[in-house]
Write a protein that binds this ligand. Structure first.
Ligand SMILES: [Zn+2]
Length: 244
């Protein structure tokens, strides 16, 4: 489902068929050292066409534990396993190759918050290597670069977003890409000195948004959904259902 939303979103932005094939979303199995991830089926290995059949179970050593024999693990399984090993607070990871994130990373733009959606992802570190995360060394280096951040650009390659659920990880990827798109427009309009939302205002925004939602009488669960963007999920799922 998360993969389908990511793929649909690519279509919506007109990013094209080639990038639709790349990327994977994973989710840690509760209280275990295993996670589910989109594998590579022998036919139709397309992000947008992911089916339940294509999901495999992998352990933290990046070894396939369960899944159809004709579905292999992603070449970048260690991107997921090393982040899970390093971050107990992370239960889901989205990796994709969205254009504006790739473009801003290659231009060496340090992303600044331009709009409120995804403002909690900043500062966004940049992993300065376009290699596929397929070895222990690269997995360790990426996990180190992420530190406690929930988003990271992979220069010339793509991006990674982390969350407590795969739904929020996917929404964060969409928010990150939108921030990257707006950063590029700001750069084109004003050059490298363009200003984003100041850090103190960004921090105040998150606190004020929560307070305001509480005043409006929403439950804590609905406030969490609103702040994380999870309230968009049903709408996105409906769009995907129409598109497939
Ligand atoms: Zn990749």
């Amino acid at each position: 489902m998360a993969n389908r939303v990511t793929g649909c979103w690519y279509n919506t932005l007109g990013i094209g068929n080639i990038l639709m094939t790349f990327g994977h979303v994973s989710e840690r199995l509760k209280d275990s050292d295993r996670f589910l991830v989109k594998g590579r089926p022998s036919v139709n290995d397309l992000l947008i066409k992911t089916k339940v059949h294509d999901i495999v179970t992998v352990n933290l050593e990046a070894v396939k534990i369960d899944g159809s024999p004709d579905v292999s693990i992603p070449g970048e399984t260690k991107l997921h396993s090393f982040i899970y090993k390093n971050r107990d607070d992370v239960n889901a990871i989205c990796h994709a190759h969205p254009h504006f994130s790739v473009l801003t990373s290659i231009l060496d733009l340090e992303l600044k918050p331009i709009c409120n959606e995804g403002i909690d992802l900043f500062p966004v570190p940049v992993f300065r290597n376009n290699a596929l995360i397929s070895t222990d060394e690269l997995g360790t280096a990426l996990a180190d670069k992420l530190g406690k951040a929930n988003a990271c650009l992979l220069r010339g390659h793509g991006a990674v977003t982390l969350a407590d659920s795969c739904e929020v990880a996917v929404i964060r990827m969409m928010q990150l890409e939108e921030q990257a798109r707006l950063n590029l427009y700001a750069f084109m309009a004003k050059g490298p000195e363009y200003e984003g939302i100041p850090v103190d205002q960004a921090n105040e925004y998150m606190q004020a948004a929560t307070t305001s939602l509480r005043r409006s009488g929403l439950s804590e669960e609905r406030i969490r959904n609103q702040i994380s963007g999870l309230n968009l999920w049903t709408y996105l799922a409906e769009q995907v259902a129409q598109d497939v």
